[in-house]
Design a protein. Sequence first.
Length: 154
Amino acid sequence: MSESNNTSVFVSNDGGRKAAGYQGSAGDCVCRAIAIAAQLPYPQVYDRLAEGNLTQRKSKHDTEKRTRSARNGINTQRLWFKAYMVELGFVWTPTMSIGSGCTVHLIAGELPKGRLVCSVSRHHVAVIDGVINDNYDCSRDGMRCVYGYWKMFD
């Protein structure tokens, strides 16, 4: 596999979701990205994220219609989520700050080697040694900004 400096290599990967018996579409990108990057079974990650959602305190933005499951998204700014990522062996690196503009794109040449969970606009994606692992190519032809990433350390 090869890539130029402004394109990405993509591998279709659902993180074991289908093999675990989960069906239909879902907003589970955080769960999928963690399962792939941490090399953990999808159900294990799903259950832990769902537990975190169930036990987090209610915010002023919560509504009665909001469901708490890993299927419909995770608020990655919550302390319990950050603690979970650290527990798994990840370290957060921000790549943008207010007013800085985009400095890192979702391409191999701008990301470090290793197992990453990258935060991009309204999505999280696993990147392993520069290769996007997701259920679709979310790189926007190398133009997608990375807000920051969780990198797994051994």
